[in-house]
Write a protein that binds this ligand. Structure first.
Ligand SMILES: CC(C)(COP(=O)(O)OP(=O)(O)OC[C@H]1O[C@@H](n2cnc3c(N)ncnc32)[C@H](O)[C@@H]1OP(=O)(O)O)[C@@H](O)C(=O)NCCC(=O)NCCS
Length: 146
């Protein structure tokens, strides 16, 4: 299995597949749709796509916050491609991108079912559980080594 991770932009052909992946993995199961959301941040966020055989199999987005903090969001790996290391590759690539742009602190809102995944990648839980998109989440954070 050969996975490539690359930064894409909303004008790229892969953006449509990233949108579909987010819709299928992160919204439809909750009875929600991206169609009802303000997606203007997609223009300014960094979007990383994992590609296998020309097809988008995973994605993550990064949203600059105050100072040297960047928020990791919309992390998804396609059903059938999970547990093969693609999520880890995406987070590693996101951290490399963050470092290259002098961010030192990553923050994210983890669904409770994904907390163990981020913990494996060195993220620490820094909040109590709260509700977002109707399901339990926690804040997780990581200080990047230079
Ligand atoms: C959570 C998700 C992004 C993980 O991606 P993935 O490609 O399946 O993860 P990887 O194969 O890279 O796993 C890396 C490590 O984390 C572990 N892991 C993966 N998912 C996990 C989970 N939900 N809980 C605990 N550990 C997990 C793997 O076993 C692996 O451990 P190892 O290195 O000891 O073998 C993916 O399962 C997914 O898209 N889930 C549905 C959408 C979702 O919940 N997104 C997160 C929103 S916050």
């Amino acid at each position: 299995m050969s996975t490539t991770v690359k930064e894409i932009f909303i004008t790229d052909p892969e953006y449509g597949q990233v949108y579909e992946l987010r819709e299928e993995l992160l919204r439809k199961p909750l009875g929600l749709s991206l169609e009802n959301e303000d997606l203007s941040a997609d223009r300014t966020d960094h979007i990383l796509a994992a590609i296998n055989d020309g097809k988008v199999t995973g994605c993550v987005m990064m949203q600059p916050r105050e100072g040297s903090t960047i928020k990791l969001r919309q992390m998804a790996v396609a059903t059938g491609w999970q547990n093969k290391g693609i999520g880890r590759l995406l987070v590693n690539a996101a951290e490399d991108l963050a470092r290259s742009k002098n961010y030192t602190h990553i923050i994210l809102h983890a669904r409770d079912i994904a907390e163990g995944f981020y913990k494996k990648l060195g993220y620490k839980t820094t909040s109590d559980t709260f509700t977002e998109v109707g399901i339990p989440h926690v804040v997780m954070e990581k200080i990047l080594n230079p």
